[in-house]
Design a protein around this ligand. Structure first.
Ligand SMILES: Cc1cc2nc3c(=O)[nH]c(=O)nc-3n(C[C@H](O)[C@H](O)[C@H](O)COP(=O)(O)O)c2cc1C
Length: 208
């Protein structure tokens, strides 16, 4: 199984980057292969429909699309900004949603977050879940949020608390098993319809 992993933070000393690097180690230890990306590869100018000339997309959106399609699943570790996801990741999702076929549809994803706060950035994940599910992503029901993340890691980048560390690995392994099952034993094919009942025309073009 191939997994795309990235942190939705551009910050050098990002806690989410630490968490996603640990996730990458655990996936490899459990037999998965990792395609590790950095958010700057997917960064896009502010979305503006007027920039969609001749079906053109910014480089960051092209790259994210390519990497989603090249992997069996993706994992995002996202900061929480003001009780929600960072604008940058939503902006990239909006750009990528404009490709046809719509690349998110039917892809598996796992969401995680890290924050110095006691909520661990969990609200960011609920907000991130909304556009992803809207676009047909199978967002894994369990999410992992690391609270007090500035104090949670050993110098080697492991999670200090043993119970949490075990829970983190169990969540990742359960997700890996689901991705494998979804790839090898597909039993549902589902169409993606952004707004049920609408008719395709040059304004909407949102049904596949
Ligand atoms: C604009 C802004 C808003 C923030 N809002 C929240 C918040 O609502 N909840 C929270 O837990 N942390 C919040 N934080 C703190 C971030 O969780 C913290 O800076 C974290 O380290 C960012 O993730 P990173 O280390 O991966 O860059 C906010 C930080 C910034 C810069």
């Amino acid at each position: 199984m191939r997994f795309l992993l990235f942190s939705a933070s551009l910050r050098n000393d990002s806690l989410n980057t630490r968490l996603v690097k640990l996730a990458a180690e655990i996936i490899e230890k459990n037999g998965g292969s990792v395609d590790y990306a950095i958010m700057s590869e997917f960064d896009c100018p502010s979305f503006n429909q007027d920039l969609e000339i001749n079906n053109s997309h910014p480089k960051g959106a092209e790259e994210f699309r390519k990497r989603i399609l090249a992997n069996d699943a993706f994992i995002i570790s996202s900061p929480e900004y003001n009780g929600s996801m960072p604008g940058m990741i939503k902006n990239t999702i909006d750009w990528v949603s404009r490709f046809r076929p719509q690349p998110f549809n039917q892809h598996q994803a796992l969401l995680m977050s890290a924050s110095p706060s006691m909520g661990g950035g969990n609200k960011a994940l609920w907000s991130l879940r909304i556009p992803l599910e809207h676009l047909g992503v199978r967002v894994y029901p369990d999410m992992f949020s690391l609270a007090a993340a500035h104090k949670a890691f050993t110098p080697e980048g492991k999670i200090i608390d043993e119970t949490l560390s075990k829970r983190f690995e169990e969540t990742l392994v359960a997700f890996m098993n689901l991705v494998e099952a979804a790839k090898h034993y597909p039993c549902i094919k589902k169409a993606w319809v952004e707004f049920l009942g609408e008719k395709t025309d040059h304004v909407t073009e949102r049904v596949e």
